[in-house]
Design a protein around this ligand. Structure first.
Ligand code: PLP
Length: 463
């Protein structure tokens, strides 16, 4: 037997017999969680987290053994579904070969991940700075924009989420900002386009586009163009409501930025890597940003990874001048190996094309039919595998079924009804988002839409 074969055998025995593999059962998991784990964005006392014991493809299993269709992709990151064998194998092989190296050294997994990402990012965004997730990607993109332009301010929209670190949460528009808002970090908010709840009293998407651009032009003029380093936009705002911008909006923002020497940062943390039926959602309007941030779908979230792809001009700023920033785990080999496997699988299996077809052929007709049948649905919108259902108590007034920043008994009943029927939806305020893995089948999407219809009917009858 060769040395390599001996090592391989030892490794596979180690993987199957490790005394540290944790299998303590659902009940003990829950008990220890409640005693020792501090959860995100929550008052801790009343939490009752669902234990997930197993997952495969588009399904998860809860602590009681129930199988649920995962139409959350967790936090919209398992773009290739759960336990994809190719990603799991890449992580295992990388772990067996070389678990970790410091960021100053070059590493094959990181180099190849950066090359693959660069083949799909638009325009000349061919250089990648790796981070651990989306918030720090946005932090670094803004730091780069500030140093590149020599200007302090950053503009972002109210209906947005850019992450939980200090600058990212101040750029965020949604209510998670309120308790963290220091108000002095150079972030300025404006209104992006959202025809259903138009801040501009528009009645058509053309009007919404024109007025939203006019509004941004005024904000830029009144803030002082020479003080603005960047406009940071989710190409499609995600958690804030999946508002696909009207045609011409992103390119109009690009034009405004060019006119004033402002960097355009596209936050593609949620909308990127196929979610919108394109590799990146900014492609929908043919826009090349100066900086593009990503995380989540880059490696299906199997190991934490995010990053900033930058233009040649931004990269050139730091050719002879040190970039003042870094992370211990920038471009971690395990995370990058997972990215390589994810991107190659997306290419080989035509996953982005599948997501686009799911959107056009299954989600759109299915959800539009649901809209006909349920008075609580005010609007359905989305693209690819990225859909929102806007729920209202009154279609005329468009009164949300739960207040902005809050929940309601009706929303709780709909979510519970979905779960009871075997489908986990992503819920935010008065919205249900259907955001499954991009590998979900057409039949699974039809099943989820049927479940949502039943849950809506049940909740409406009970209210
Ligand atoms: N940007 C967007 C658009 C996001 O949706 C998120 C997370 O949901 C983030 C940034 C922050 O990413 P992370 O939680 O990995 O820091």
């Amino acid at each position: 037997m060769s040395d390599t074969a001996t090592t391989d055998t030892a490794m596979s025995e180690l993987l199957t017999t490790s005394p540290d593999f944790v299998d303590i059962g659902a009940e003990r998991t829950h008990e220890l969680d409640r005693r020792h784990v501090f959860h995100s964005w929550s008052a801790q006392a009343s939490l009752d987290p669902m234990v997930i014991t197993r997952a495969e493809g588009s399904h998860i299993w809860d602590g009681a053994g129930n199988r649920l269709l995962d139409f959350t992709s967790q936090l919209v990151f398992t773009n290739l579904g759960h336990q994809h064998p190719r990603i799991v194998a890449a992580i295992q092989e990388q772990a067996a070969h070389l678990c970790t190296v410091a960021p100053q050294h070059a590493n094959a997994a990181r180099s190849e991940a950066a090359r693959l990402i660069s083949t799909h990012t638009p325009g000349d965004l061919d250089r990648v700075f790796f981070t651990n997730g989306g918030a720090d990607a946005n932090e670094h993109a803004v730091r780069m924009a500030r140093l590149h332009t020599g200007r302090p301010k950053v503009l972002s929209t109210y209906r947005s989420y850019h992450g939980g670190t200090q600058l990212a949460i101040n750029m965020t528009g949604d209510p998670r900002r309120w308790a963290n808002d220091q108000g002095s970090t150079g972030t300025v908010h404006f209104f992006g386009p959202f025809l259903y709840r138009s801040p501009f009293h528009a009645t058509t998407s053309e009007e919404e586009c024109e007025r939203a651009l006019e509004h941004l032009a005024q904000v830029i003029a009144l803030e002082g163009p020479s003080t603005i380093a960047a406009v940071v936009l989710e190409s499609i705002p995600g958690t804030a409501g999946i508002m696909v911008p009207p045609a011409g909006y992103l390119s109009g923002v690009r034009e405004l930025c060019d006119r004033h020497g402002i960097m355009l940062v596209a936050d593609e943390v949620m909308s990127g890597f196929g979610r919108a039926g394109r590799w990146f959602a900014c492609e929908l309007d043919g826009v090349v940003p100066d900086l593009l941030t990503f995380a989540k779908g880059v490696n299906s979230g199997y190991v934490p990874l995010g990053g900033v792809a930058m233009s040649e001009a931004v990269a050139a700023t730091f050719a002879d001048r040190a970039y003042p920033g870094g992370l211990t785990y920038s471009g971690h080999p395990l995370a990058c190996a997972a990215a390589v496997a994810t991107i190659r699988t997306m290419e080989d299996d035509r996953v982005v094309e599948h997501a686009a077809a799911l959107g056009d052929e299954v989600f759109r007709p299915g959800l539009e039919a649901l809209l006909e049948d349920h008075a609580w649905i005010g609007e359905v919108r989305g693209t690819g595998a990225f859909w929102a259902i806007e729920l209202v108590s009154d279609r005329e007034t468009r009164e949300p079924l739960a207040p902005y920043g809050g929940s309601s008994p009706q929303m709780a009943a709909i979510i519970a009804g979905c779960k009871r029927r075997g489908m986990l939806p992503f819920a935010n305020f008065n919205r249900i988002h259907l955001v499954p893995p991009l590998t979900t089948s057409a039949d699974e999407v039809r099943e989820a839409i049927a479940v949502l219809g039943e849950a809506l009917a049940e909740a409406a009858a009970a209210s």
